[in-house]
Write a new protein. Structure first.
Length: 394
């Protein structure tokens, strides 16, 4: 009766079962995974945001497949302040980054074709690929004091069916970007195998202190699509607007834009009010991003203080984004540990296997967590680990 593409395993994992039981019983818990910025007790400039939508033009509808020109221009101006000179004709607006991926999969891949994705990474790709009838081929990021690209594995995973290489820059949840050597390697790989490059840069505005992130915007050597959007840039996921910026050799670029425009015209998913509001919303990026950066910095400092008190835990170095990965001591199974932490201590963290982090020793925290909750959660986490270390030494 149903399509094979929706034959997912819908059985809940033990953590989800326990969380549902907590909700039904009204049991509160410290959630150190919350990454929805609207649920993180952040002090948004609410009046200024809401005032962006009080426009008479919202009552008119004049659909433009790529998105309204003034909206696309405002995104280009946003990047201009960051040193990039972009052409609004090379931009397509979408309702979400997920939709942007779907448009690009439809553009680049026939059913059964393959897309390269990084691992560890966010599990959303599995569903997006299945819904678009394409296959994923993972390439490995490995950790050696920092996250590195396994270039040989990447090349080995390319087949005649491979159509595109996805980068998440910085990656989620590893928070890793790329060295100049890795950057060149990926460009060369795309040239050698005639692959399109998709660079998901939704977290690009959030480098950690002392770190620099290198964008693929305006890449000219290969066909390249850079993704961004309001869900991260302004921490406003409910506003539902993202974008694709296309660049590359002229022979590929114009054809790609023409086809993307027709795909976008088929859906016309971006609503008028958000496009009218976009110039004013992007003007608020400074204070909103400063607020987010402050929260991230406070929570990272709490984590670093925690590491001084609990030296058995390691922090996996990252360059940006909204997540932190902690490596727990040898002998602790991350699945059992996270379930015990929730069941006994009412603290919720993500186990590393949620993101295909190897080693069975990782937990993932959200750096958007309310600071008081992060402080309390880390105290409990530390006591649980210290108890394990003491019992192991006996």
């Amino acid at each position: 009766m149903y399509a094979k593409r929706t034959q997912w395993d819908l059985n809940p994992n033990p953590l989800s079962v326990k969380l549902e039981a907590f909700r039904k019983e009204g049991i509160s818990y410290l959630d150190l995974t919350v990454s929805n910025p609207t649920q993180c007790r952040l002090d948004f400039p609410a009046d200024e945001i809401l005032s962006c939508f009080r426009q008479p033009a919202d009552l008119n509808y004049e659909p433009e497949p790529k998105g309204m020109l003034k909206a696309r221009q405002s995104v280009c101006e946003f990047y201009s302040a960051r040193g990039y000179s972009l052409d609004p004709d090379q931009m397509i607006l979408t309702a979400s980054t997920s939709e942007a991926y779907s448009f690009l999969f439809k553009l680049l891949a026939d059913p059964g074709n393959e897309i390269l994705i990084p691992t560890p990474s966010y599990p959303l790709f599995d569903y997006l690929a299945g819904l678009n009838d394409v296959r994923l081929r993972p390439y490995q990021l490995f950790y050696d004091n920092h996250w590195c690209l396994d270039v040989q594995t990447l090349r080995d995973n390319i087949t005649p069916l491979t159509k595109a290489l996805i980068l998440v820059n910085p990656n989620n949840p590893t928070g890793s970007s790329f060295s100049e050597i890795e950057y060149r390697e990926m460009i060369n790989i795309c040239k050698d195998y005639q692959l399109a490059l998709i660079s998901d840069e939704v977290f690009m505005d959030f480098p950690f202190e002392g770190e620099s992130l290198k964008s693929f915007l305006a890449e000219s050597e290969v066909l390249c699509f850079v993704l961004g959007g309001l869900s991260k840039t302004l921490a406003l996921p409910q506003m539902k607007l993202s974008w694709i910026y296309a660049s590359g050799p002229e022979s590929f670029l114009r054809e790609s834009l023409s086809r993307l425009e027709l795909i976008a015209d088929t859906y016309l998913s971006v609503n008028t009010p958000i496009q009218n509001a976009l110039p004013k919303l992007l003007a608020l990026s400074g204070p909103i991003q400063s607020m987010i950066q402050s929260r991230i910095s406070q929570n990272r400092n709490l984590i670093f203080d925690f590491l001084q008190r609990v030296p058995e835990v390691d922090y996996l170095h990252a360059q940006g984004g909204w997540s932190a990965i902690l490596r727990i001591p040898w002998g602790l199974d991350e699945d059992k540990f996270t379930l015990t932490l929730l069941d006994k201590d009412e603290v919720y963290v993500h186990p590393g296997y949620f993101f295909d982090i190897s080693g069975n020793r990782s937990v993932v925290l959200s750096l958007l967590t309310d600071v008081k909750n992060m402080h309390r959660g880390l105290e409990i986490l530390g006591k649980r680990i210290e108890g394990f270390v003491e019992s192991r030494g006996k």
